[in-house]
Write a protein that binds this ligand. Structure first.
Ligand code: NAD
Ligand code: DAU
Length: 331
């Protein structure tokens, strides 16, 4: 297939690009603004097989210049960190909502397919059971509110203009190339450095962990086999509370639990996420990587790839970390 992949230099987008190029031989153009989270390094293994365009999805000219003869647009581009959305929601509104609108217009003008990469956070928090695609949308943070707004806009383009849209909502991803502001890579790098491990609140918040390669395959599956206008949940095979995740990381890194430090909770912190993936399962998708295996692979990748994270930990990220956690990184 010929695809325009927006946000393809980020964590999940670049995993999807590697998978589509290597396994399926797709012809891809990546459009990416290269924010702090977007890195050309993430695409270096397939650099010569893809076309890369540096630009923003909210810029109609950049989108028109990148779209070429693509058959469909796959949109990963987003501001994605909940904590950043709490301290500054503006960019989230611009990229996640305005940017999605520009891409939908580009798809409508050209009659292209459109896949929106979305999140379980649009459903809010659930104490028991799992969200299905029919569950009400009750986002809690500025991040999830802008993702929900984008999803509703995508659905409106199907209902109003007949655009062939699919929405794929993933649960918490983890794996190689994830920016170390998210729980798992942050804890791995801090543990490797012997630094403190900041757990929000009581550490009992539960997430439904999905290995990033499984999500990349799920998105490809929804793109090829999903029905226009439909939403597909793509959840991981295992749930785990944050404290248990951090304890496993401590063990895998050969450290001591005394590094764990309970810190002030995130405002509006969702207690639990859980997705039912039965609908995507009926199309033939299954998660292949269990959490224990995926976490061990992830720790190993960060241990072996300091070239990837060292420039981040020694750059502007240090200021973000200090502002957010009120203390400096050790290494
Ligand atoms: P990420 O933060 O690692 O990467 C985001 C990418 O989008 C970066 O390459 C960045 O440069 C690019 N980008 C940001 N703003 C842009 C703009 N205005 N124009 C063009 N490019 C822009 O994010 P991720 O974790 O890979 O998430 C990708 C998508 O998957 C997002 O839509 C996110 O909401 C969704 N998602 C993430 C998770 C998760 O656990 N990380 C789970 C479910 C869904
Ligand atoms: O559920 C899917 C979502 O998962 C995606 O849509 C988001 O883009 C992605 O960022 C992620 O959101 P979360 O808020 O769940 O992920 P995060 O890694 O920020 O936090 C995971 C849990 O760990 C959450 O309960 C907060 C907690 N946490 C996080 C950090 C960064 C800590 O206890 N300490 C920390 O330092």
């Amino acid at each position: 297939m010929k695809l325009l992949v927006c946000g393809g230099a980020g964590f999940i987008g670049s995993t999807f690009v590697r998978e589509r190029v290597r396994v399926h031989g797709d012809e891809l153009t990546v459009l990416d603004k290269l924010t702090y989270a977007g890195r050309r390094e993430n695409l270096q293994e397939v650099e010569s097989d893809i076309k890369f365009v540096h630009g923003a999805i909210e810029d109609p000219e950049a989108v028109a210049g990148a779209v070429g003869d693509a058959e469909a647009i796959v949109n990963f581009a987003a501001e994605t960190h909940v904590d950043r959305s709490i301290s500054g929601p503006e960019e989230f509104i611009m990229t996640n909502m305005q940017g999605t609108h520009v891409l939908l217009e580009a798809a409508r003008e050209r009659g292209l397919g459109y896949l929106q990469v979305s999140t379980d956070e649009v459903y809010g928090s659930i104490e028991e059971g799992s969200f299905t695609e029919e569950s009400p949308l009750q986002p809690s943070s500025p991040y999830s509110a802008t993702k929900t707004g984008a999803d509703l806009l995508v659905s409106s383009y199907f209902h109003t203009y007949g655009l062939e849209t699919v929405i794929c909502r993933g649960s918490n991803n983890y794996g190689p190339h994830q920016y170390p502001e998210k729980l798992i890579p942050l804890m791995v790098l801090n543990a490797l450095a012997g630094d403190h491990l900041p757990v929000y609140g009581d550490g009992k918040n539960v997430r439904n962990w999905l290995f990033v390669e499984d999500f990349a395959r799920g998105i490809g599956h929804a793109l090829l086999h999903g029905a226009p206008g439909e939403v597909y949940n793509c959840g991981g095979p295992d749930e785990c509370d944050n404290l248990t995740v951090v304890r496993r990381i401590v063990e895998l890194c050969g450290r001591d639990e005394s590094l764990i430090e309970f810190v002030t909770d995130r405002p509006g912190h969702d207690r639990r996420y859980s997705l039912s993936s039965a609908k995507l399962g009926a199309l033939g998708w299954r998660a292949q990587v269990r959490f224990d295996e995926g976490l061990a692979r992830t720790v190993e990748w960060y241990r072996d790839n300091a070239w990837w994270w060292d420039p981040i930990r020694s750059g502007a990220y240090r200021d973000y970390y200090e502002r957010h956690y009120g203390r400096a990184l050790k290494a």
